[in-house]
Design a protein around this ligand. Structure first.
Ligand code: ATP
Ligand code: MG
Length: 446
């Protein structure tokens, strides 16, 4: 019997001792969560690979596409598992050859992991090679850089055969690098910055500052769609939404116009840091790129940074806009980010924003503002939605107890949303947490 499989390959560099097994274990859990909508017969570790055996052979393409987005997966090969009998793996090798479209040259790459199998790797290469030469006499064997490599691996009691192998996202499994809070505007850059941190193994908690009630809530739907687009990677646990418009209005009416944007950002950073403390996250993340806009000069970055003590990670700081756009297209967020919505930062936009803000001037401008009181108020009124992320540990109820807005009547799981259900157009993303349960268990952090 031939079974359809995906074999997942990961980089083994730097994975030693106990590190390696916890890495593999985490990756297996993340793959399992990413594939929750498919019927998976078996998910296991075999000889340096992770194996996915499918119940339904038509699932091989969509399953491979999803696995390619899971951080820690370096390559995905589509193939077959069969008994370690020559007639079976010969037939699978034929199928593997037929599976890879037009080509001219090929070679067989055979490997025997178990010495209890009487045919060794060299003989296996020759036998399968001779069979395929007879099966496809018009194809040429080429040892160096062939168009196609047909892999046959004897591992424990089975043979694994594949030819189509594609590069995947790479990086490290989500959950191996701690938690960060990412400022997600709904623009082009911040989803890419968020993705880069997920790719390096961090669990991301997003925070979005909406212009509501001074604008509509279009940007919140955009951020929700971005989080859903990034969800297969399993790295976003929760997105908080802050209705920020009224605070901006006060800043705009009471502070020097040229400093507005820097002052909005200073308030955003303070709120994000408070959320990071609630979440026990260890860094903030932004999509800033040096000099891209007025607020992203070195002076303004320093003026904003000075209000927080957590590290602020800026994975795009040295990237050009075009490079960022290419990545945004690659990860599927570009079109979503390009949808029109009022950005809260364009609210009450000054004619000439300061490009060299000084910390002392910002502090003077904030003197009359009840900043701490605002932050407390914002935290109490936080709204949020959860996404399937097996590594996300949500804050304990008693920590979130400060957010009276949500804990007074809701149960611990009631803030979560089932990602498999279609979003109904008339329900606001940040209220979905009250409607259904998430698929993935999200244990609590203390
Ligand atoms: P983006 O495309 O990510 O919006 P941008 O080029 O528009 O970035 P800015 O608007 O200056 O640049 O924002 C810089 C960073 O500040 C963003 O990448 C994001 O991390 C954060 N940020 C800006 N506005 C918001 C917002 N409304 N909510 C959350 N984070 C924000
Ligand atoms: Mg923006």
């Amino acid at each position: 019997m031939f079974e359809r499989i995906c074999l997942v390959h990961y980089h083994e560099l730097g994975l030693k001792g106990r590190n390696r097994s916890s890495f593999e274990h985490r990756l297996l859990l993340n793959m399992e969560a990413a594939l929750v909508q498919f019927h998976i017969k078996e998910l296991a570790r075999i000889s340096g690979h992770l194996l996915v055996v499918l119940e339904n052979e038509d699932d091989v393409e969509p399953v491979a596409r999803i696995l390619m987005q899971v951080p820690g997966v370096a390559r995905v090969s589509r193939g077959w598992r069969c008994a370690r009998k020559p007639e079976e793996y010969y037939r699978c090798a034929e199928l593997a050859m037929l599976d890879c479209g037009p080509f001219e040259t090929f070679k067989v790459v055979a490997r025997r992991s178990n010495t209890d199998y009487p045919i060794d790797s060299m003989q296996l290469n020759q036998l399968v090679g001779a069979h395929l030469c007879a099966f496809a006499p018009d194809k040429k064997v080429k040892m160096k850089d062939p168009d196609v490599k047909v892999h046959v691996e004897i591992i424990q009691g089975s043979a694994y055969v594949f030819s189509r192998s594609v590069r995947a996202i790479g990086g490290l499994p989500v959950g191996t690098a701690g938690k960060v809070v990412s400022l997600m505007s709904g623009g082009i850059d911040s989803p890419v910055a968020t993705w880069k941190l997920m790719k390096r193994g961090a669990v991301v908690v997003g925070v979005h500052f909406s212009g509501r009630p001074q604008t509509d809530d279009a940007s919140e739907y955009i951020v929700d769609d971005i989080a859903c687009a990034l969800a297969p990677a399993g790295g976003i646990g929760r997105v908080y939404t802050v209705a920020f418009g009224d605070y901006q209005k006060i800043i705009a009416s009471e502070c020097p116009p040229n400093l507005r944007i820097v002052l909005y950002r200073r308030l955003m950073f303070r709120v994000a840091e408070r959320i990071a403390k609630l979440e026990r996250a260890k860094a903030l993340v932004t999509g800033e790129s040096l000099g891209q806009v007025a607020s992203q000069t070195l002076d303004n970055i320093a003026a904003v940074n000075s209000v927080v003590s957590l590290p602020v990670l800026r994975p795009l700081i040295g990237s050009d806009k075009l490079e960022i756009i290419d990545l945004a297209k690659h990860i599927g967020t570009f079109e979503i980010s390009s949808r029109p919505a009022d950005d809260c930062c364009t609210l009450f936009m000054p004619r000439s924003p300061e490009t060299h803000a000084r910390v002392a001037d910002c502090e003077r401008a904030e003197e009359g503002l009840p900043i701490e009181q605002w932050i407390d108020e914002i935290i109490v009124n936080l709204e949020w939605k959860d996404y399937p992320c097996p590594s996300y540990k949500k804050p304990k109820a008693r920590r979130m107890g400060k957010c009276a807005h949500h804990t007074a009547s809701d149960s611990e799981t009631s803030h979560t949303h089932d990602m498999s259900s279609e979003r109904s157009e008339d329900v606001h993303p940040s209220t979905l947490h009250g409607r259904s349960k998430t698929q993935a268990e999200t244990p609590e952090t203390d």
